[in-house]
Design a protein around this ligand. Structure first.
Ligand code: HEC
Length: 137
C-alpha cells in the first residue's frame, strides 16, 4: 500500500473517532443534581459528602439516607434541628431549609446523592417531592 493511501485511511479513521466522541459528550444528560449539590450543599456537607468534624453530618452514610427517604424533601426544603447520630457521631447544629429550591431541583439533588451514596439508589420524581413537601411536620 502506498504511503499516501495509508495517511488518508488513518486520517479518516481518526476523524470519525473524533466526531463520535463529540457526539457522545453532547448527548450525555447534564448532571443537574451535581450542580445543585455543588451550589447549595457542598459548602457545608463537603464536595464528597464527607461532612465537617462533629458540626456537619456526612451524606455518605447509606444507613441514614436509606432510613430517611421520606424525610429527605422536608430536610432540604425546611431544614432540621434535632440531635442525630450519623456514622456513630452525634450532631445537633441546625440546618436551615433551602426554600429557594424547586421540587425539580430537590429531586435532582436527591437523585444525585442517593445514586452516589445510598445503597437503596432511591429515585425521586419532582411530583413525589411535591407530595413529600406537602406532608412536612
Ligand atoms: C449551612 C450548612 C448546610 C447546608 C448549606 C446544607 N446542610 Fe444539610 N445539614 C446541615 C446540618 C448542620 C445538619 C444536621 C442537622 C441536625 O442535626 O439537626 C444537616 C443535615 C442534613 C441531612 C440529614 C443528615 C445526614 O447526614 O444525612 C441531609 C440529608 C442533608 N443535610 C442534606 C442537605 C442537602 C441535600 C443540602 C443542599 C441542598 C444541604 N443539606 C445543605 C448543614 C447544612
Amino acid at each position: 500500500m502506498n504511503v499516501n493511501l495509508r495517511v488518508v485511511i488513518l486520517g479518516t479513521f481518526v476523524l470519525i473517532l473524533l466526531v463520535l466522541m463529540i457526539f457522545r459528550s453532547c448527548s450525555r444528560p447534564p448532571q443537574k443534581g451535581k450542580l445543585v449539590y455543588e451550589n447549595h450543599c457542598a459548602s457545608c456537607h463537603g464536595v464528597n459528602g464527607e461532612g465537617f468534624r462533629n458540626l456537619i453530618p456526612p451524606l455518605t452514610d447509606s444507613n441514614y439516607l436509606d432510613a430517611n427517604v421520606d424525610n429527605f424533601a422536608c430536610i432540604v426544603g425546611y431544614g432540621m434541628d434535632e440531635e442525630i447520630t450519623v456514622k456513630g457521631v452525634k450532631f445537633n447544629q441546625p440546618m436551615a431549609g433551602l426554600e429557594q429550591l424547586t421540587p425539580t431541583q430537590i429531586a435532582n439533588v436527591g437523585n444525585y446523592i442517593y445514586s452516589k451514596w445510598s445503597s437503596s439508589k432511591k429515585k425521586f420524581t419532582p411530583k413525589e417531592i411535591e407530595t413529600l413537601l406537602g406532608n412536612c411536620p
